[in-house]
Design a protein around this ligand. Structure first.
Ligand SMILES: [Zn+2]
Length: 87
């Protein structure tokens, strides 16, 4: 725990990308990337690599995509919880 390792990531200084709380690992490492050519957004956690993609509308912002992402995540959890007996 004592040591902190930093990955070398080049981020332009002008604006840091917004990060969100990951529903799986609980860290603020979720990022939303927009693929403009395909009207898609990719959501990825930089910590646990939880990832998903969504088709979006033009007006969508990263927070909207994040909401879809968490909704889907919790829905899937709900389903798998009722479907399986292991805990
Ligand atoms: Zn995570």
């Amino acid at each position: 725990m004592g040591r902190r390792r930093r990955k070398v990531v080049r981020i332009p200084k002008k604006r840091l990308p917004q990060v969100f709380l990951c529903p799986r690992c609980g860290k603020e490492t979720i990022r939303v990337e927009f693929v403009k050519d395909e009207d898609k957004a990719l959501v990825r956690c930089g910590s646990c690599n939880l990832a998903d993609g969504f088709s979006i509308k033009q007006a969508y912002k990263d927070i909207d995509v994040y909401c879809k992402f968490t909704d889907k995540y919790y829905n899937e959890r709900k389903f798998s919880k009722s479907a399986s007996t292991n805990q």
